[in-house]
Design a protein around this ligand. Structure first.
Ligand code: C2E
Ligand code: MG
Ligand code: MG
Ligand code: MG
Length: 280
């Protein structure tokens, strides 16, 4: 009986090790060959459902393992430092897309990129992002940087310095997954952040929906008192969207409004760039 269990664990661990080894062996050439793709998901104004921005989310079209999502490879990249190379690539791609939209006369909407806590220690992010937007002819306020709540909590000092600098330079900083961890409400008044992204667990996880929603309402009200914008994450239904409208939450993101899609599809569906192009 025990032997069986041990064999089972060993197999699962072996599978995991092989998978991770494959990822390590193939990541460098994957980046060189353009196997990483950026998908964009709309952020909308809750009351009108107009697109107010987007979030860039990376995918890996792996020739042997198929389409991989961030959960499959990001933890490995965060452990070995490759995350910084990947994020640099993503940030360039996003800026290049925004530059193209501008040149096509399309919407000048802000796009958010995810910044891993590991990136904070790698380079001089304020200078890097400043150069980046300059090179692509963009304004800092159109590049939003999403940093998860857990990074804010575990890495406070260095992170707060970097974030303060970024905000001074004009970049918009969003705290991702707010409410998923251990942040307390009173800490909000001290954190340098412009936007709170409410974790999807406020909408769905757990049994006592009434209680969750009352907490959510309190968070939204407090955030507004502190002049923070609030975006609800993971909105999947019309009901949830209506609930957010009642709660006075101005922005939202989720499958209900639109899934993350490849850049060209995002341009067609959410920016109507093709139609615009024909007018010229
Ligand atoms: P996140 O930044 O919190 O992104 C939101 C995640 O929720 C995305 O998962 C998105 O596809 C998913 N999502 C969106 N709408 C809904 C919905 O209505 N319901 C549900 N259940 N999920 C929804 P994804 O794309 O798998 O990304 C997972 C995480 O990986 C992201 O969480 C982010 O922390 C990280 N990530 C993604 N792309 C990058 C990147 O380029 N760089 C870095 N450093 N991290 C990234
Ligand atoms: Mg995010
Ligand atoms: Mg999030
Ligand atoms: Mg998340």
């Amino acid at each position: 009986m025990y032997a069986e269990k041990i064999v089972f664990y060993n197999n699962a661990m072996r599978e995991k090790m092989l998978f991770e080894q494959k990822i390590l062996d193939t990541m460098v050439e994957a980046l060189e060959q353009g196997q990483f793709q950026i998908h964009l998901q709309p952020k909308v104004r809750v009351n009108t459902e107009e697109v107010a921005g987007a979030e860039a989310l990376v995918r890996w079209e792996h020739p042997e393992l198929g389409l991989l999502s961030p959960a499959d490879f990001l933890p490995v990249f965060e452990r070995n430092g490759f995350i910084y190379s990947l994020d640099l690539y993503v940030w360039h791609k996003v800026c290049s897309a925004m530059q193209r939209w501008r040149q096509m006369g399309g919407a000048d909407i802000p796009v958010a990129v995810n910044v891993s806590r590991m990136d904070i220690y790698h380079g001089d992010l304020p200078s890097l992002f400043t150069e980046l937007v300059k090179d692509y002819g963009l304004e800092p306020k159109n590049l939003h940087l999403e940093i998860t709540e857990s990074a804010y909590i575990s890495d406070s000092r260095q992170l707060l310095l970097v974030v303060e600098q970024l905000r001074k330079t004009g970049f918009v900083v969003e705290m991702d997954d707010f409410g998923s961890g251990y942040s307390s409400l009173n800490m909000l008044s001290e954190l340098p952040v412009d936007v709170l992204k409410l974790d999807l667990k406020f909408l769905r996880t757990g049994t006592d929906a009434g209680r969750r929603h009352r907490i959510m309402q309190a968070v939204i009200d407090l955030a507004h008192t502190l002049h923070l914008l609030v975006i609800a994450e993971g909105v999947e239904t019309k009901e949830e969207s209506l609930l957010l409208e009642e709660m006075g939450c101005q922005y939202a993101q989720g499958y209900y409004y639109g899934r993350p899609v490849p850049e060209n599809e995002f341009e067609k569906r959410f920016l109507h760039l093709e139609c615009q192009k024909k007018e010229y």
